[in-house]
Design a protein. Structure first.
Length: 153
């Protein structure tokens, strides 16, 4: 979900991938942040158990969190699934050159076949899916060794 938030007369564009995931991954004006929201029920439970809960003030400019493991979906060198579904066919192999806009995978979702076109031009270093495999939204499909010009279709 994308939101426009104004803090102290400054507007930020915020995109949240999955509000139910912990930590919540948020992109603020293109910068990635990991946010661990407090849950009121958990805070009350901790107080009952004798632990003190720490309250932190809101910081509109937190330092970006370093990813503990490389996330191909966010690294900029992978083609990701734009929708969940089942891979029907893969048209590329490692070492193959791909042009932006070329169909690289077909994903079936809700009985419809969707051509997934490469956003990047470059050389495929790894194909991360195979025919018959179920994929989630934003799951990496293909990893590129070198990324050329991006095409935003």
């Amino acid at each position: 979900m994308k939101y426009k938030i104004t803090v102290k007369n400054q507007t930020y564009e915020v995109e949240i991938e999955n509000i139910n995931a912990r930590p919540v991954i948020a992109f603020v004006d293109g910068d990635r942040f990991e946010v661990m929201p407090e849950n009121a029920d958990q805070a009350e439970t901790k107080k009952e158990a004798g632990r003190k809960t720490e309250s932190k003030p809101f910081n509109p400019h937190p330092a970006p969190a370093a990813a503990s493991s490389p996330n191909l979906a966010l690294s900029g060198n992978a083609q990701t699934a734009p929708l969940p579904g089942t891979v029907i066919e893969v048209f590329v192999k490692p070492g193959e050159k791909v042009e932006a806009g070329q169909v690289v995978v077909i994903i079936e979702a809700m009985k419809m076949k969707n051509n997934i076109r490469s956003v990047y031009s470059g050389t495929v270093s790894e194909v991360l899916v195979s025919a018959g495999q179920s994929v989630a939204h934003k799951q990496p499909l293909i990893k590129f060794a070198d990324v050329g010009e991006a095409a935003w279709m």
